[in-house]
Write a protein that binds this ligand. Sequence first.
Ligand code: KIV
Ligand code: NA
Length: 277
Amino acid sequence: KKKLTRWDLQNKKQAGEKVVWITAYDYWNATFAEAAGMDMILVGDSLGMCVYGYEGTVPVTMDQCIVHSEAVRRGAANTFIIGDMPFLSYQVSVPDAVRNAGRFHKEAGVDAIKLEGGKRVCPQIQAIADGGMLVMGHIGLTPQSSGQLGGFKAQGRTAEAAEELISDAKSIQESGAFALLVEAVPPEVCGIIRDTLTIPVYSIGAGITADGQLMISSDVAGVFQAFTPKFVKKYESLGEKTIQAFSAYRQDVLDGNFPAPEHTYKMKEGELAKLKT
Ligand code: KIV
Ligand code: NA
């Protein structure tokens, strides 16, 4: 498998070929994502919820994102990997944003970074792009500002709100982003954005009109139990299956069925007899 480039992604948009991507936070899920043929992997700051059990993404640090991005890079050497800029890694200043975007590249070897927001982060997008890095925008439901949005809620449901999103999308493209992610927005609005922009526009919870889809790995596999957004389709229930496996192991030990002889090491020939007790 050959790692995609931005131009491959751009050509897929022109050809009407969907791009499919998923989050991964650790080595083994990265290997699974690559084996499944994912076009891209996002090391999302959703790792705060999915890996660390925080209620949102706000507590996530740069160091956490770097460590997880490194692990994902090792597990998926031939997949286009996007590092997700955590809260406060780009909001404070433009130089901060460039340095932190650079850390993702220097320390974790990502192929691109993503950050949340519309016009208000366009100076950051432009500066990171000017630094020679690929930047993806992210609008609609932006979890790092969920307090300001009044919760984890769908966005762009009125004409006025939709126009604001479309205007943000244009500014993001003009600032030099190579792609845009739209989260929890009606498909009609995402479709307008998709048709308006020349860069690829991807959806998570924004319907079928986009150039591709992102899903969270723990939702797809059914391991994240805390809550399930409307836009999630669960393809497995690995959480339940894992609980079953753990329970079976526990019961086996209690019943004296584990470990069996085939799980143990033999002493070398004749050595047991020589043992002084
Ligand atoms: O962190 C993440 O996984 C994301 C998606 C929810 C869009 O940014
Ligand atoms: Na995120």
